[in-house]
Each structure stands twice: as structure tokens, then as C-alpha cells.
Design a protein around this ligand. Sequence first.
Ligand SMILES: [Zn+2]
Length: 275
Amino acid sequence: MPSIQLQGKIFLRGTIHARTGLHIGGNSGELDIGGIDNPVIRNAFNRQPYIPGSSMRGKMRGLLDRHFNNALEKSVGRDVRVHECQDPTDYKTCPVCQVFGVAPQGDMRGKTMPTRLIVRDTFLTPESLEILDRTDTDTDFTEIKTEVAIDRITSAATPRQQERVPAGATFGPFQIVHSLYTHHENDTATQLQNELEFFQTVLTGMELLEDDYLGGSGSRGSGQIAFENLTITFKSRQCYENAEAPPLTIAENIEVNALRQSDYASVILKDMSSE
Ligand SMILES: [Zn+2]
């Protein structure tokens, strides 16, 4: 029987700073008459805009697919093509599918394919909520950006509106959880090295995202974000076996690129081998 063992979890926390206005689309169907066409997604409970983990995760995956030149062989819905390994041999050498997961279909059915990455939803910080609450706008915590489409022949202008969380807003704490696994039949040391390289792929995805955009209208200025004040901690197997074993704090107040260059991987490997 195949088996898989959890060796530990890496936690990355920090804040997400909106350097430009952020538009992550919501559902206009729930709006009142007179509402805007292009609203942002909001928490139904308190009407506050937030960043869904799925948006961040999906964008990072797409950017990494392009980075690794992955084949976009799977169709989702009518018009969306994505990469997802269909073959166990391809999967073994594909960091994107190992990190983000694949559906157990076709030849992949019955294989051991854990999803390693969890990205939680992220909400506005109390400070940003307070500032945005004081701002005098018609909408809660957001701005309405009007863009004008110009007919190239008649020069007639058609305005279109989009709701955005204004530039300067801060979301946090965000949390990414990345699990490290081993399969019992293989060499554990090499596997753990590989597992940590998968996390390095996550960090690459975060840096790609900072240099790209989150949400809509990125080519027109929206969605530039920065991950700030990152803290990375590690909980080994021992932390789950023994409630008193504390997590290991590896770095605090660090940026994505500096973390990519740091020696966090050897610190984690050392922590796991000291048990
Ligand atoms: Zn793949």
C-alpha cells in the first residue's frame, strides 16, 4: 500500500500591501438597483472586501506555469485552459502540480498526490478598515474608478466603472501553509531536500505575483501588491506529537526576495534531523 507521512509544516505570515487599487471581482447579481456593474468581492457577513486565497493561489499557479513553460492541456469550463499533469511520470518532475495539486483522474487515479500548499483568505487590517471607513465614498471601504472607452472612428466616449480597494490599503495577516511529506519507500534525506525546493517554488510564485498583478485590470494599472513583514515559522512532526514542543521561528520582518536568498531550507532540515 502506498503511504505518505507528514514531516512538518512551514507557515508564512505577513501583510499584503495594495500598491495600486485592487479589483478582485465579486458577484453583481446580489447588488441593489443603482449598484455598480463591476463590484469587488466582499465578505457577505460584514460587507468588507477581502482577498480570497483561491485568487492568490490561482494567480501564482498561472504565473509559475508560464515560468516553467508547462503545457496547458486541461480545459476548465468553456474557455479556460490550464496546466495539470495527466501522467504520473510528468507529475514526478513537475513542481507546480506537486505544490498546487492535481485532480485524481485518468492515469493519475489511485496515486499518492498530496496538495502541499494552502493559501488562506486575507482580510483588511483594522488600521486600513478604520481609514477606509472614514473616507467619504458612496461605497463601503472602496473607490469607484471610471475609465472611458473611446470609439476609434466617432471618438464617442463610453464610460465604464469598476470598484476597487484603494491603493495604500493593507490586508493581513495573510497565511500560507506548506506541508512537507515523505513516502516511506524512498531515501528520506533526498525527499526532504526536494520538499524544500517545492517551497522555494512557492516563494518564486510570490515574487512573480509581486511583479505581475492580482485581480482584474492589471494591464491598466490595478492589482500591484507587495508582500511585507514576512515571518516564517516551522512546525516539525514533533510539535504535533508533543504539545509542548514550540514551533521554530526562522526569520521575521523579511521580504520575499530576501527570504528566497536566505538559508531557511538548511535551518528546517537541521530542525528535522535533530529530533
Ligand atoms: Zn504538472
